[in-house]
Design a protein around this ligand. Sequence first.
Ligand SMILES: *Cc1c(COP(=O)(O)O)cnc(C)c1O
Length: 440
Amino acid sequence: MMKYYSTNKQAPVATLEEAVVKGLAGDKGLFMPERINPIDPAIISNLKNMSFHEIALEVAKAFFGEDIEEATLKQIVTDTLSFDTPVVQVNDNIYSLELFHGPTLAFKDVGGRFMARLLGHFIRTKGNRGKVNVLVATSGDTGSAVANGFLGVPGIHVYVLYPKGKVSPIQECQFTTLGQNITALEIDGTFDDCQSLVKSVFMDEELNNHMMLTSANSINVARFLPQSFYYFNAYAQLDRIGKANELVFSVPSGNFSNITAGLFAHRMGLPVKRFIAANNRNDVFLEYLQTATYTPRPSVQTIANAMDVGDPSNFARILDLFGNDINTHQKVSSLISGYRYTNEQIAGTMQEVFKNTGYVLDPHGACGYQALVDNQLSPAETGVFLETAHPAKFKETVDQILNSDIDIPAKLQAFMQGEKQSLGLSKEFDPFKAYLLQQE
Ligand SMILES: *Cc1c(COP(=O)(O)O)cnc(C)c1O
């Protein structure tokens, strides 16, 4: 059985089920698996002959195989990954890992769908545990991925908290039009306010006695660990064309769950030379790399809004992964480099790439792409940036920058037909708590 400990080391260890149901440890730390099982090197060299489902199952077994039987895990992986994560060449040695082919057109579909199915499995096998309430704070894409992952799952109700006026209309319709077991809460504040409301709920004893609560933010191990699947899948695809020898992954980062999943993949034995964290103007991580001090601050709004995070939750996991001691900064900064981009730079990158290659970047992927360019890859290196969302999710911004009229995929259009339903709340904790106390 795998045990999960808290990054703050003040809470008792938890089982997988406890870690998934609780989300956050009792001491406000994040859960970490006590061991990171390596993938057999023979499997790594054979990845190129395996399908995405086969690859993902191997990785899932390393994380969850001690707690979930293989047939169940296989079902969860197959149901979760009903879409591919193709690697597409953009320039000579720069490739886009397209993570937007799922139902809500962003990478968060992977974790959202996996977590919904894993939690559904726990509820089914344990019987009468009562309703589980999933809380999720979103800066845009998490809410839609989690809400759609959990839509119609019996025994679960989802509350999506989002900052009023700070998510795009297309993003908003993907979690406000669903109905059923999904409730959208429009918070008069920033994403950080939404995130801290969610964290406060888990610290509130009265609420936790009143209802069973869990978080589906990337603090939840069931959401963030499955994100390592597609790093292995990218490696497999590049290995097939002889380009996997010196891989550099560039990850557009906000809460740092995606890059942390990449670091887990690396720790499991995936041959990656180094990582790049690409940020918008919210650059506390870059500052950490440069100064060894971490100073969270309020987020600023940018055109890459899913990365508008001033205090990335998974930073604690990165520190923990590298020992959280005096050598940590040196280890982190030798494996990861950082870049930051203003709105103007992001727009410039999108225009240049579109003009030179015809590839349409979304504002988040543009940060990842530009960081590979600025990092000046050697000829032997292959750069892969994570294209974290489909550009049509940010159609207004993209069209304005590219002077284009990009197509909206059919699955996105379907959401836009629905009627918006949401409840407005202030960013104060007390009214939110009062509201939740009225729910069953
Ligand atoms: C969530 C998101 C990010 C940031 O991912 P993290 O795991 O929070 O670092 C980047 N781009 C898009 C499009 C996103 O939705």
